[in-house]
Design a protein around this ligand. Structure first.
Ligand SMILES: [Mn+2]
Length: 257
């Protein structure tokens, strides 16, 4: 059975999970992944969206509001639909301003809300923030795959640190910041090895850094770009019943849209 343990979602050894990253307000791609998940038509098949489902990253059409509304419905009506927090959702909760390539992403999003809701736009941000604060930060599968927006964390004692990661709040929280913002170069191989050992996992899947479909780091950390990418758009059809000894076993489960 699926269990929510503090900020950690635990997936059972049954069925499959579609792992999707970095939608960034692209409703067409979001709908494609929903269709893939719904085509399975099984109560044992999950979809895990690993954060940054909101905020378009350029001047393209931002359909974050539609995505959030649809996601809210799925969360209400299905036990197999899972959303994790990314750094862009984190910025809504913490009211931090985000820039990308000199563009103010936060302001762009607020403009969108003003167009859509007029004087009610601040209320919509508050509602959005309350919703986002309920989301888990990471997922762990029974076959030892850790799924988060980014990572790994440098100092961790055990999985309990993930379960309680938001107990200290969202702002000025270094472990949470690392789990949502870390990129290649922010950690060393020994940090990755030690992190996975402490949380009893053999590999991890993240988004956050745009790659051409996927990139496997140190045979253990799989970076996936499902929509906002440097080329191909990939996702993982994770078999929850197979033994996964390291990231190379995940490569066979990568698919493209
Ligand atoms: Mn990100």
């Amino acid at each position: 059975m699926v269990q929510l343990n503090g900020s950690l979602l635990e997936l059972p050894r049954k069925g499959k999970a579609i792992i999707v990253t970095d939608i960034h307000g692209n409703l067409d791609d979001f709908n494609k992944y929903i269709d893939i998940w719904e085509d399975f038509r099984s109560k044992d098949h999950h979809i895990v969206i690993t954060g940054d489902f909101m905020h378009a990253m350029g001047l393209e059409n931002d359909e974050s509001v539609e995505i959030i509304n649809t996601a809210k419905d799925y969360l209400k009506n299905s036990e197999n639909f899972h959303l994790l927090l990314g750094n862009h959702e984190w910025s809504i909760i913490t009211r931090m301003v985000l820039f990308k390539g000199g563009e103010n992403i936060t302001l762009n999003f607020e403009r969108k809300l003003k167009d859509k809701f007029g004087g009610d736009w601040r209320k919509k941000i508050d509602e959005c923030s309350i919703f986002l604060e309920k989301l888990p930060i990471a997922a762990r599968t029974y076959n030892k795959v850790f799924i988060s927006h980014s990572g790994p964390l440098k100092d961790i004692k055990s999985i309990d640190d993930i379960i309680h990661i938001t107990d200290a709040g969202y702002l000025d929280n270094k472990p949470l910041y690392e789990l949502l913002w870390n990129r290649c170069g922010d950690y060393k191989k020994k940090d990755l090895d030690s992190f996975l050992k402490k949380i009893d996992c053999n590999s991890m899947i993240v988004g956050h850094t745009p790659v051409d479909g996927y990139k496997l780091i140190e045979k253990k950390l799989l970076v996936v770009s499902s929509s906002y990418s440097k080329g191909k758009k990939a996702y993982v059809e994770l078999d929850l019943e197979k033994n996964i000894k390291d990231g190379t076993d995940l490569l066979k489960m990568i698919k493209y849209i």
